[in-house]
Design a protein around this ligand. Structure first.
Ligand code: ARG
Length: 464
């Protein structure tokens, strides 16, 4: 007796080219454990609600165990399954038929691949997304450790990529840490919506045999069930949500990568990447290229593209299941793998790179303290807008004389405005440490404010 999933009313086989387009086995093989687990719990629910005899239930369960072992073994050997079925759901059922005979034909009672596929994918996400979460935490924790160790390093902060104000290197590192912390939080926030079990929705109309869907969902580890069968087989919102989340996280990684790539150029020279996270050139022996971070930066675009592509697929689909939905897994796995690799490469790069505090200092110039000079006047009671213009005039004067702000004679300052304080006070302004230490308000770049951030992120990292 040959096993056949469908085709009772067909006279011909589907064409090879349709099979090639239609078959999802190469991709959804990745769901075999979830599929088998789904079938186990489904069989159990059928038995508990008296739609399957105890003997049949046992036969099916034992058969599924064997199928799982077989598939595990084959994947270890060859990496892919050679079955001629179209997807993992039919492979599992077909293989069960070999072990359980006709009893296997009872497993699919009142179930559809539509609710099955949605359930498998959700189960996979529920067990896989925590790996992304912990990869994010690993990266945040490297940023926090570096911030702790390198708190004395002061570097130029940029706006418009123009030298702006001195900041602690740690403050820069943590700026990325906070973005990633929000990503982690956002990922967590998806989990309740994700954790609604679609199984028991059938093809679209629900389950015609009375079963307890809550009990079923519970046995699969879901927190809740989907409340409408048409919605359940139709929706890929959890995938869209994940893809959009991935692209935002990808954007954050890309921006961090871009900063570091710039800082690693000889012109900046603030960081140097380890051999492990650099690559060479086939032609120029001296080259040390930041390929890893460039790939991370590029991945940001690919993740965005995938998120957009899948939303385009959904837009305008009629209700419930349509085969267009099958592409959800390809795009989900691809984005997931890409993001996980990017997180790990970024973590490795950040963990092994060296910072050059001397070069960091060289990124600074006295003109970056122009704002501080304005604050000197503000403390003397000069309105800020006026102080801004006065310092502007000082800058102009220094430029005319061809000297830096630091070397501009005291007399020149007081000629422009007598409120710059004593010469000693004025000279005291030209200190990088003094400059950053002004920013003591929460969220600023002074040591106490940076320490506070470190403490908060540490607390968050160790929360559970
Ligand atoms: N392989 C399909 C998917 O992943 C599930 C099959 C649903 N097929 C169907 N003809 N209703 O979406």
């Amino acid at each position: 007796d040959r096993y056949q999933l469908w085709g009772g009313c067909f006279e011909e086989e589907p064409s090879d080219v349709l099979r090639r387009l239609n078959d999802s086995l190469p991709i959804d093989t990745r769901l075999f454990k979830e599929d088998i687990q789904g079938s186990r719990c489904w069989a159990k629910e059928l038995f508990t609600s008296k739609h399957l005899s105890y003997e049949d239930y046992v036969k099916i369960s034992e058969g599924l165990d064997k199928v799982e072992k077989d598939i595990e073994e084959e994947l270890k050997q060859g990496g892919s399954l050679k079955d001629s079925e179209e997807d993992i759901h039919s492979v599992v059922e077909c293989r069960l038929f070999k072990y359980a005979g006709d009893t296997a034909l009872r497993l699919h009672t009142a179930r559809s691949r539509n609710d099955q596929s949605a359930t498998d994918t959700k189960l996979w996400m529920i067990s896989s997304l925590p790996r992304l979460y912990s990869a994010l935490c690993d990266l945040i924790s490297v940023l926090v450790s570096r911030a702790e160790n390198e708190i004395d390093v002061i570097v130029s902060g940029y706006t418009h990529l123009q030298r702006a104000q001195p900041v602690r290197w740690s403050h820069f590192l943590l700026s990325h840490g906070w973005a990633l912390r929000d990503d982690a939080t956002r990922l967590e926030e998806q989990s309740n919506r994700l954790s609604c079990c679609p199984l028991g929705s059938g093809a679209l109309a629900g389950c015609a045999l009375p079963i307890d869907r809550n009990r079923l969902a519970n046995s699969l580890g879901f927190k809740d069930i989907t409340q409408n069968s048409m919605f359940a087989v139709s929706s890929r919102d959890h995938i869209v949500e994940f893809l959009n989340w991935s692209s935002l996280c990808g954007i954050h990684l890309s921006r961090l990568a871009e900063d570091l790539i710039i800082y690693s150029s000889r012109e900046f020279g603030i960081v140097r990447f380890s051999d492990q996270f650099s690559t060479g050139s086939s032609l120029m022996p001296q080259k040390r290229n930041p390929d890893g971070l460039e790939l991370v930066r590029g991945a940001g675009g690919l993740l965005l593209g995938d998120a957009f592509a899948f939303s385009c697929t959904l837009k305008g689909l009629p209700s419930t299941y349509n085969k267009d939905l099958q592409s959800d897994k390809e795009i989900l796995f691809r984005s997931y793998d890409r993001l996980l690799d990017c997180l790990k490469v970024t973590t490795g790069t950040m963990l092994t790179m060296k910072v050059d505090p001397e070069k960091a200092l060289k990124s600074l110039e006295p003109e970056m303290l122009a704002t501080d000079l304005a604050y000197v006047l503000v403390r003397q009671g000069v309105p800020f807008r006026r102080a801004h213009h006065i310092v502007g005039a000082v800058l102009r004067r220094a430029s005319t004389l061809g000297v830096s702000l630091r070397d501009l004679p005291y007399q020149e300052y007081t000629d422009i405005c007598p409120q710059f304080g004593t010469e000693e006070e004025l000279r005291g302004t030209f200190s990088w440490v003094k400059s950053v230490e002004q920013y003591t308000s929460l969220g600023g770049t002074s040591r106490v404010a940076v320490d506070d951030q470190i403490k908060k992120l540490r607390t968050w990292l160790t929360k559970d």
